[in-house]
Ligand binder design. Structure first.
Ligand code: ZN
Length: 144
């Protein structure tokens, strides 16, 4: 059965990430520092390098895609929710090269050149990530 959980928008933060920082860790740490447990994340900017992943639906594993050159963050969308008791960032990104060609997928890591993040806190009963045997992913389920 699908999950629908109603939450309310609370605080909203605009944040600039440090040059050379790792983007996934930085956003996760930012959320922890601000006390945001659940929320929506969007960002634009540029990365010096990145790794994205493609989830193989048969093998049930992420295939890594290394991008070892500077790219624009044309779009980064994600969410924060609780996994194993801690805030967990799940983000996808569309990254554009110098020709404007894009590659995209599940954002595993990236080294920040410059990045502007909009972090919107959501309050209410948060969904919790639990292992889903069908997909072998940690998907949202009801709060205990
Ligand atoms: Zn993903």
């Amino acid at each position: 059965m699908s999950l629908i959980q109603e939450l309310r928008s609370a605080r909203c933060f605009l944040c600039s990430l440090d040059h050379d920082a790792e983007i996934v860790t930085s956003i996760t740490n930012l959320a922890e520092r601000l006390g945001v447990k659940v929320g929506a994340v969007a960002a634009i900017g540029a990365l010096q390098r990145a790794e994205i992943g493609y989830y193989d639906q048969v093998a049930h594993e992420y295939r890594p895609i290394e991008i070892d050159r500077p790219v624009e963050i044309a779009s980064l969308n994600g969410n924060l929710s609780i996994r194993e008791g801690k805030p967990f960032l799940h983000a996808h990104a569309t990254l554009a090269d110098s020709e404007g060609n894009v590659r995209g997928g599940h954002l595993t890591s990236g080294t920040v050149f410059a990045a502007e993040v909009c972090l919107r806190e959501l309050v209410g009963r948060p969904p919790v990530r639990r292992h889903d045997p069908t997909t072998d992913l940690f998907l949202w389920s009801e709060t205990d």
